[in-house]
Write a protein that binds this ligand. Structure first.
Ligand SMILES: [Zn+2]
Length: 85
């Protein structure tokens, strides 16, 4: 399993051995807060594994706090845009 993930801003995130173990056991591992334009507060980001695209970085969305793979999301949004036409 690769130990590096790339977030949607192109930054490489390297995981320590402990973080990789936590990722394997818990399915996600916190990597610190990030601040984005338009956000009031910094939000905790996580590394998780997408079955199709490997390690990904995201922050929890919605009340279910789900992490979304940006690559899968792109495919999903493209499909939905096509269907709306
Ligand atoms: Zn994916």
């Amino acid at each position: 399993m690769p130990s590096d993930a790339v977030d949607r801003w192109g930054n490489t995130v390297s995981l320590s051995l402990l973080q990789r173990l936590r990722l394997r056991v818990l399915g996600r591992v916190p990597i610190g807060t990030r601040m984005k334009e338009g956000w009031k507060n910094p939000i905790m980001h996580y590394v998780f594994k997408c079955k199709l695209h490997g390690l990904q970085v995201d922050y929890p969305h919605g009340y279910r706090e789900e992490l979304r793979c940006p690559h899968c999301e792109k495919v999903f949004l493209a499909k939905r845009a096509k269907e709306a036409k």
